[in-house]
Write a protein that binds this ligand. Structure first.
Ligand code: PQQ
Length: 683
């Protein structure tokens, strides 16, 4: 039956209905606990859980969307910001909206052309588009109602995050701090698309007012934390708000997470050595006006891509005087500390390491990290954990308010940081001031990739924020696993990179169920109830930062695959179609050439320009082409045509003529071929 209304959602409905029968906002509820009150699927019944339906998202790029479910309709996004409306009971397609992005913008996306989902309000669907647009669609038809450009499109801004809506305002941030932008959060009128306020996270280079909501915050506290020189003055300083945005309906404030510095290396960004507010901070502003309320900086003077954009969860916890309840914000940002801070004041309550780390020995009484000096890297590489992919990334964390446990999709992905001595301030391409070729051998046989893979770890941690320690832990044997769903059925759901979708006993961590998704299970799962049946749903696929920038992290058993929505119910008997394993001819496509010096130079150019998408050591996970097996490596003109002339720009592989000379491109070709020969099986 046709719903009577499509997405007739307002703030009151999100407050009362979401996290029960419906899933009306990215994090499940405004508090973003990703905890559902539904109990039909429970420890007792879960043995019967099977696939109800699947829907093909027709992309081999990363899928990170949490579906929104309202009035019987599921709204879900895929790569390139495409929006799908599906019948939530059957998976039947209602409409598809493609914002028709010029794919050459893909090169601005540090971490794949992903999208984490939509927001719904008053009959409209809101999507942030990878090229910087914010758009409103008619919930019933998918017709575009308004579109507004939220960024300066001459700069490498992108949008991957889900908008949030409260009281008629749509909130959206952006990404781009690896390439050089100035971050901010904006609020738009949900009806008209007019901008209402904007909060910059980094001062403007003259430290003058912008005429925006953030002005007072910089005058009061921010400006003094920045020097007058350094790459930030031309490159924007970073501080992108690319993921977590939380509406706190108790205090009518927006609490959001701010990203890393641009460039990463503070010695280049701001040689004066300041804390650089509001990089790597959690910030609260008034929801109506955007006016500053408080902030807590997790990583002062960020030097390592330690974003504080990871999930922020609000909850009431007995952490006050004598066990009194306090409303808190919790976050497990990239830097490896789990923080509990007061949601009303931003006051630091506690912070403890949730993963091993070697950049800080702990926190002082104000929550400031006690740094290990060598971690502020110079010429000598410092092998550090967490690395830039973090102890926890965008994979949503969940919280069970009955058990007071936070479920962290944690990981260990170390990285050697060293100063990039060739650094020049130029807001184009990846430009971090850190040398990705440091410590990497110019020619790396497969054993090196295997050795690197063996250093990666991942685990699901049930973190007790009152006891400040893990209650239980499940080791996964691989990094980059999925977001988490908690339910009142006493369950915790999580997907894995390897395709396993599992449910654990929320109190003990015992695995009670699992199903093979036949694709990566990275997204945050959701749950909803229609006509007396509870469904659990997850979007699956490949891609994202890890698949592009850490191809060696995948082993041969991982299929290259097409994204899907996979929805489960008790008694479901549908099948997930088998993925294809495309036949790739893993042989070199040309004669090896170049002496050791040329290949070593090629390794450096590759690390700086190519590795973030095609994989370090030229080992790709298969989302983007593995250049070792690419036909163009056999021919100088063909290679130059792509790398310098931009012959494949329409696919997203734009010209690198601004970064590389034709001679330098030729050193890359020599390096890639050398890697191809090094990977051939011994005769
Ligand atoms: N995105 C992913 C992903 O979707 O897999 C992982 C990351 C991003 C990161 O680890 C980042 O550091 C990151 N940084 C920015 C930024 O600094 O602006 C943006 C994004 C993004 O928008 O996806 C990521």
């Amino acid at each position: 039956a046709e719903p009577e209304a499509f997405a007739a959602v307002d703030t009151a409905r999100i407050e009362t209905a979401s996290g029960g029968d419906e899933w009306l906002t990215y994090g499940g509820t405004y508090d973003e606990q990703r905890h559902s009150t539904l109990t039909q699927i429970s420890k007792e019944t879960i043995g019967d859980l099977g696939v109800a339906w699947t829907y093909d998202l027709a992309t081999n790029r990363g899928v990170e969307s949490t579906p929104i479910v309202v009035d019987g309709v599921m709204y879900v996004t895929s790569a390139w910001s495409i929006v799908y409306a599906l019948d939530a009971k059957t998976g039947e397609e209602l409409w598809v909206y493609d914002p028709a992005v010029d794919k050459s913008v893909g090169v601005n996306a540090c971490c794949d052309v992903v999208n984490r989902g939509v927001a719904v309000y008053d009959g409209k669907i809101y999507v942030g588009v990878i090229d910087g647009r914010l758009e409103a669609l008619d919930a019933k038809t998918g017709e575009r109602l308004w579109s507004t450009v939220t960024v300066d499109q001459s700069k490498p801004y992108t949008i991957t995050g889900a908008p949030r809506v409260a009281n008629g305002k749509v909130l959206i941030g952006n990404g781009g701090a690896e390439l050089g932008v100035r971050g901010y959060l904006s609020a738009y009128d949900a009806e008209t698309g007019d901008r209402i306020w904007r909060f910059y996270t980094v001062p403007n280079p003259e430290k003058q007012p912008d005429g925006e909501a953030s002005d007072a915050a910089f005058e009061k506290i921010g400006n003094v934390s920045w020097g007058d020189e350094g790459a930030w003055v031309t490159d924007g300083g970073g501080g992108t708000v690319w993921d977590s945005i939380v509406y706190d309906d108790v205090k009518d404030q927006i609490i959001f997470g701010v990203g890393n510095g641009s460039p990463w290396n503070r010695a280049y960004r701001d040689p004066s050595g300041g804390d650089n507010l509001f990089l790597s901070s959690i910030v609260a502003v008034d929801a109506e006006t955007g006016e500053y309320k408080w902030h807590f900086q997790t990583t002062p003077g960020d030097n390592w891509d330690y974003t504080a954009t990871q999930s922020i969860i609000l909850a009431d916890l007995p952490v006050g005087e004598g066990g009194a309840t306090r409303r808190v914000a919790m976050q497990a940002p990239k830097n490896g500390f789990f923080y509990v801070i007061d949601a009303e004041t931003g006051e630091f309550i506690s912070g403890d390491a949730y993963v091993p780390m070697n950049w800080a020995t702990g926190l002082d009484e104000n929550g400031r990290p006690i740094e290990i000096a060598d971690a502020r890297y110079g010429d000598t590489p410092y092998l550090q954990t967490p690395g830039p992919l973090g102890g926890h990334n965008w994979h949503p964390m969940a919280f069970n308010p009955d058990l007071n446990l936070a479920y962290i999709p944690a990981q260990e992905i170390p990285q050697a940081y060293a100063r990039d001595n060739r650094f020049e301030s130029e807001p184009v391409g990846w430009n971090t001031g850190a040398d990705f070729s440091a410590g990497v051998p110019p020619i790396a046989p497969p054993e090196v990739a295997k050795m690197l893979r063996s250093t990666l770890k991942g685990r699901l941690i049930a973190w007790d924020p009152v006891a400040r320690a893990p209650r239980w832990t499940v080791e996964h044997g691989n990094a980059w696993n999925g977001g988490v769903l908690s339910t009142a059925g006493g369950l915790v759901f999580q997907g894995k990179l390897t395709g396993e979708f599992a449910a654990y006993d929320a109190a003990t961590g015992d695995k009670v169920w699992s199903h093979d998704l036949k694709a990566g299970g990275a997204s945050g799962p959701g749950t909803y109830m229609i006509d007396g049946t509870q469904y659990v749903t997850i979007t699956t696929g490949w891609g994202s930062a890890f698949a592009l920038a850490a191809g060696f992290g995948y082993d041969e058993t991982v299929p290259s695959t097409v994204g899907k929505v996979v929805t489960f119910k008790l008694g479901g008997t549908a099948e997930i179609a088998d993925p294809d394993f495309p036949m790739i001819d893993k042989t070199p496509k040309g004669e090896a050439f170049g002496d050791d010096a040329m290949i070593a130079e090629g390794a450096v150019h590759f690390a700086r320009n190519c590795a973030v998408c095609h994989g370090p050591l030229a080992v790709s996970s298969g989302v983007l082409p593995d250049l070792r097996w690419s036909a163009i490596t056999g021919n100088q003109d063909a290679f130059r045509g792509v790398v310098i002339d931009g012959n494949l720009a329409a696919n997203g592989m734009v010209s690198f003529a601004d970064e590389l000379t034709p001679e330098q491109a030729e050193t890359i070709r020599a390096y890639v071929l050398a890697q191809a020969y090094a990977a051939q099986p011994a005769e």
